[in-house]
Design a protein around this ligand. Structure first.
Ligand code: HEM
Length: 512
């Protein structure tokens, strides 16, 4: 079935479904990555980290998650923790220098210091900025690596020891109250621990500010940290309503999955494509993992398509009526930035109406819109600070666009046009993509292709057909293959109130 058929006016049954079992585990900080010590662009995946996250370290940036090198290190036909969707397609390996030049051209012209309320044509009128961080939250939930360190070291390609990617909020619940008691309220069994200080709710933290959290990456910036707190509080509200732990956990997880299917994916990939793929369930033709109980994570998704989120990041965010913070402090800017791994400062308490539409609350003038899904990345992302890319790594790559492009080459990704054709799309030519250098040999890197396709086909308001198929196809297949998800257990389940948006979720959690 061609993707374009999915765009046809097919209004399948509303998306209900449901089932299962759960998760393994997460020792707090156990899987914290090492990005920059080893050369980030050797083909080896990220070696397991020795130490818990240092304050301010940007842990999200696991450049080559363990096992994502399987195509180059073990074979293009292989599947384990990771695998290729299109195993027969050749790897695309343009010169590094050409990739570097392209990366430097992918710059969002908006200078840091310009207030978010001062909208410009690179702001996405269809997506508010909260969905950028919701997208990052989802990424962390399905890419957690809780395999104990020694096992990681003996299995660097993730062939045996790895977590199954599932939307099970392992980043919130860890391995449960018995194994991860530090995440739970000792005074109230079944409740998740939430810290309160300076008039705000925060992650529970040790004296040095390190958070007790199922996935330390959810504390790397002050927006995702506070979004994580909303999940803790949502669970606790369900407990307050008299439910037991298991039921509160199941319902919190199902509401989260519902938001992915009903809110996030239609915004990012388009409602028609999502409807069409939802109707296919586990039969999405291009993603049929060999092991359905332990589906591989597609490299095309992790190393290219799902990094679309990088183009949505703003250089700064209005956190509330009073304060705006740069995503990364830049020279000459005295303001504190939004890096996390420390108690949330009072002045950066998130007023969620600046990030999501909250029912019954007017949109503030300074509403943060996501940046367009296109080939321009905010300036601060072109010069990542030392807490994201340590300055000891040689050669040093601080440009996120360059890291993504080089990573795609190192891990053996196919070219955008080849993937588009495999998805039965008409491939965009390099002339259409604006790549004129003959050294491209008529092909484009997949990450760039996905962003440019969004720009050309959707005005950057969401992903185009190739990017949408890779993102929605992967997330929906993982949902349907997950025996705990609501699509298995109770096919006609819906949240207590519908429509149920992220705004409703935040209100129900008492956060908005
Ligand atoms: C808030 C700003 C963000 C920064 C500074 C950031 C930075 C990074 C860095 C440095 C890497 C490693 C690059 C490499 O060496 O290959 C990375 C990986 C990645 N990023 Fe981001 N990122 C951000 C937000 C996002 C968002 C919003 C999404 C998606 C919605 C996303 C999706 C990914 C994915 C899928 C990877 C691959 C590894 C993984 O699965 O975690 N990132 N990011």
């Amino acid at each position: 079935m061609a993707i374009s058929d999915l765009h046809a006016e097919s209004r399948p049954e509303p998306r209900r479904v449901g089932r299962r079992g759960f998760l393994q585990a997460a020792a707090v900080g156990a899987a914290a990555p090492v990005i920059a010590t080893a050369c980030p662009f050797s083909t080896a995946s990220a070696a397991p980290a020795a130490s818990a996250a240092a304050a301010g370290t940007w842990q999200h940036a696991i450049g080559a998650p363990r096992g994502s090198d399987i195509a180059v290190a073990v074979g293009r036909e292989q599947e384990a923790r990771f695998g290729l969707l299109f195993k027969k397609l050749p790897a695309f390996a343009p010169p590094d220098e050409l990739l570097g030049t392209l990366a430097r051209s992918m710059t969002d012209p908006r200078p840091p210091g310009q207030g978010p309320s001062d909208h410009d044509r690179w702001d996405n009128p269809d997506i508010t900025a909260g969905y950028t961080f919701f997208g990052q939250f989802i990424d962390h939930d399905i890419t957690r690596d809780t395999t104990p360190l020694p096992a990681q070291q003996t299995d660097p390609h993730g062939l045996k020891n790895f977590d199954t990617p599932m939307f099970d909020l392992g980043s919130v619940y860890g391995r449960g109250p018995d194994v991860d008691p530090q995440l739970y309220d000792p005074a109230r069994p079944g409740y998740l621990l939430v810290d309160e200080h300076d008039g705000l709710h925060d992650l529970p933290r040790a004296a040095d500010g390190t958070a007790y959290v199922g996935d330390p990456r959810n504390d790397e910036n002050l927006v995702i940290a506070q979004l994580h707190v909303a999940f803790l509080r949502f669970h606790n509200v369900l407990m307050d309503e008299g439910r037991g732990f298991a039921e509160a956990q199941r319902l919190t997880t199902w509401h989260y999955q519902w938001l992915i299917v009903q809110e996030f994916l239609p915004r990012i990939c388009g409602p028609k494509l999502v409807d069409g793929l939802f109707a296919l369930g586990t039969k999405i033709p291009w993603y049929r993992p060999k092991n359905r109980n332990r589906p591989m994570m597609p490299i095309e998704f992790s190393v290219a398509a799902y990094r679309f989120g990088h183009s949505m990041v703003r250089p700064e965010y209005e956190m509330n009526d009073a304060d705006t913070g740069p995503v990364f402090a830049h020279p000459g800017d005295p303001r504190d930035d939004l890096r996390g791994s420390r108690p949330v400062p009072a002045n950066y308490k998130a007023d969620w109406t600046y990030f999501f539409d909250v029912p019954g609350r007017p949109r503030p003038a300074g509403l943060n819109l996501a940046r367009l899904v296109d080939t321009s990345l905010a300036m601060p992302l072109h010069d990542l600070p030392a807490t994201v890319v340590s300055r000891d790594s040689k050669p040093l790559f601080t440009d996120l666009a360059e890291r993504n492009l080089l990573r795609g080459k190192r891990l053996g990704l196919a070219a955008g046009q080849d993937v588009a054709k495999a998805l039965m799309q008409r491939p965009l030519s390099n002339a259409e993509l604006g790549l004129t250098d003959p050294r491209w040999q008529g092909k484009a890197p997949l990450w760039f292709y996905v962003l440019k396709e969004a720009e050309l086909s959707q005005g950057g308001r969401r992903l185009g057909p190739t990017g949408g198929a890779l993102v929605a196809g992967t997330l929906l297949t993982l949902l349907f293959l997950d025996p705990t998800s609501y699509v298995h257990v109770k096919p006609r389940w819906t949240p207590s109130t519908t429509p149920f948006t992220v705004g409703h979720f935040l209100q129900r959690a008492g956060c908005a």
